[in-house]
Ligand binder design. Structure first.
Ligand SMILES: *[C@@H]1O[C@H](CO)[C@@H](O)[C@H](O)[C@H]1NC(C)=O
Ligand SMILES: *[C@@H]1O[C@H](CO)[C@@H](O)[C@H](O)[C@H]1NC(C)=O
Ligand SMILES: *[C@@H]1O[C@H](CO)[C@@H](O)[C@H](O)[C@H]1NC(C)=O
Ligand SMILES: *[C@@H]1O[C@H](CO)[C@@H](O)[C@H](O)[C@H]1NC(C)=O
Ligand SMILES: *[C@@H]1O[C@H](CO)[C@@H](O)[C@H](O)[C@H]1NC(C)=O
Length: 483
């Protein structure tokens, strides 16, 4: 199978579909494409087969059922789309999520809620989010409750707002409806197990029906993050802290950085700082540095949502007829990231997905200037950036350049940049886990960060001999339900 391993690493914690195929006897989906779907999208037999596997895997990962069949994601009847309440309003709360269908660590619990977020142009839109609660909150002497109207015996949970990596673009790709919340032991689990309440939005368009995902429009996702925090604090005013730290990886790393920039423009009380891991900074530069198979999927994904923030844009400006047919299929079958990878990276060389020169259009220039992080855009520190030097997705030289340009523009900025030799995109979270957990702890503990930029290069302490012996890149496992 010709699937690019590198591309899958970005989208899914598995190295290849072949590994999945040995697990299918316990899958709960027997999805098939119809002959009409295969022919309309002009799929080869191999691609059709891989798409079916990908969809089955994704459906199995839903916590119980497809998002559109889970009544939690239905808007309350009182919600009027023509006249929505302001951004940050709570619409619906599921206090205790039935975790039978999730694979979260024992002792943790979950809530989900619907709330209103904000599009890039300020329009209020409904979206979903989850909270992952620890058994016992970590206590900090100076932590303050969002509301003082509470019982002094009540537990007080410090908030870490988590921006997720790419899950996909359709309604079915909401991390709050995925068994392992799309972050598992990379981020959400260790945060909750360390005593933080993890507040995590599904980006706009994922979860609630009839909304469009402005995929990779990082400032838009940053709105989701801040409004989800506000909505969670209003829902549990005595239990949640006023203080919060921001964290994210990959797309979410770009969102975390964009959140620090939003905080510089629109300060929110309680902000303690940001951790951006393997972050997307200058998206077009990163795309130019990445391989074609990976770019096909990402650019189609950006194009499918761009008109929701740039009304003059049409998907056909960037995407070929062949690409549009596959995008239509992706939407019809409610596929997520892995399915997209099969549809857009397959048959490389025979099927052209992106139009030549798409990245030179006015829309691409607008997208680039709106989305790029760093450089002359101020941010609210402190910020910790972690980056693997072997990252095939958030390309390290581009991230390093973004950090350095930011530090040149703002020499007093509190930015710590740590690079990890031999480490790729997702493993940066594992390689640096105790560092970012301690960093977040220190912010809640009120430890000051000195002004200025700091850079450090870490090397594997056992010598960096080989990926086989030290687990630098490929994930060899995934989390399965017992039954
Ligand atoms: C269908 O895909 C094949 C490659 O599998 C390609 O050669 C052919 O040009 C495609 N047809 C159309 C109409 O895009
Ligand atoms: C939780 O979900 C399981 C599996 O669907 C179901 O058997 C159980 O009754 C549910 N529990 C409650 C309290 O709804
Ligand atoms: C703002 O964006 C929303 C959808 O994202 C769109 O429906 C609305 O027309 C836009 N408003 C303006 C003034 O552009
Ligand atoms: C546009 O894409 C081409 C082909 O991938 C690449 O060589 C070029 O550097 C890109 N230009 C910009 C401005 O990103
Ligand atoms: C680790 O990185 C160093 C420096 O780039 C390189 O020399 C070495 O071959 C790498 N090791 C592995 C296993 O990739």
């Amino acid at each position: 199978m010709a699937t690019k391993q590198i591309f899958l690493l970005l989208l899914l914690p598995l190295s290849s579909l072949q590994q999945l195929q040995s697990q299918t006897n316990t899958w709960n989906s027997n999805f098939h494409l119809t002959p009409a779907q295969i022919s309309l999208a002009n799929l080869s037999a191999t691609t059709a087969n891989n798409v079916e596997f990908a969809v089955r895997y994704e459906r199995t990962n839903n916590a119980g059922q497809l998002t559109r069949h889970d009544p939690f994601y239905d808007l309350p009847t009182s919600f009027d789309p023509a006249n929505p309440p302001p951004p940050g309003t709570v619409l619906k709360v599921e206090q205790y999520t039935n975790i039978t269908h999730y694979t979260i660590p024992m002792s943790l619990s979950m809530s989900r809620f619907l709330y209103t977020t904000e599009t890039l142009n300020g329009t209020s839109m409904p979206a979903s989010a989850y909270v992952l609660w620890p058994y016992l909150p970590r206590s900090f002497p100076d932590l303050t409750p969002y509301s003082t109207d509470r019982d002094s015996e009540d537990p007080l949970f410090p908030i870490v707002a988590l921006a997720h990596g790419t899950s996909g673009q359709t309604q079915s790709c909401a991390p709050s409806n995925l068994r392992e919340l799309w972050g598992n032991f990379q981020n959400s689990f260790p945060l909750a197990l360390s005593g933080y309440a993890v507040v995590a939005p599904d980006y706009l368009g994922l979860g609630v029906a009839d909304t469009v995902s402005p995929y990779f429009v990082l400032p838009s996702h940053a709105h989701d993050l801040f409004h989800a925090i506000a909505a969670a604090q209003q829902t549990w005013p005595g239990l949640l802290s006023k203080e919060f730290a921001v964290m994210g990886q990959s797309q979410g790393g770009g969102v975390a950085w964009a959140s620090a920039q939003r905080q510089a423009q629109r300060p929110v009380e309680g902000y303690l700082g940001t951790v951006a891991v393997s972050p997307f900074t200058d998206v077009l530069d990163i795309i130019a540095a990445d391989d074609q198979a990976q770019n096909n999927g990402r650019v189609v994904a950006i194009a499918q949502g761009l008109a929701s923030v740039l009304p003059s844009f049409e998907v056909s400006e960037w995407i070929t007829e062949a690409g549009l047919a596959r995008l239509h299929l992706l939407q019809e079958i409610q596929g997520c990231g892995l399915t997209g990878a099969q549809l857009f990276s397959a048959e490389e060389g025979t099927v052209q997905i992106l139009k030549d020169g798409w990245n030179l259009t006015e829309s691409a220039k607008w997208y680039d200037s709106t989305n790029s992080n760093g450089g002359s855009k101020p941010f609210a520190g402190p910020m910790l950036v972690l980056q693997g030097t072997d990252d095939p997705n958030a390309n390290e030289p581009v991230v390093t350049q973004s950090v350095r340009k930011t530090c040149e523009a703002f020499p007093e900025a509190r930015l710590e940049y740590l690079r990890f030799e031999n480490i790729t995109h997702v493993p940066a979270l594992y390689a640096g886990q105790h560092i970012w957990l301690d960093w977040i702890h220190d912010r809640f503990a009120g430890i000051e960060v000195r002004n200025g930029c700091v850079e450090k290069l870490h090397k594997p302490s056992r010598g960096g001999r080989s990926a086989e012996f030290e687990g630098f890149g490929v994930q060899t496992w995934f989390i399965q339900l017992w039954s």
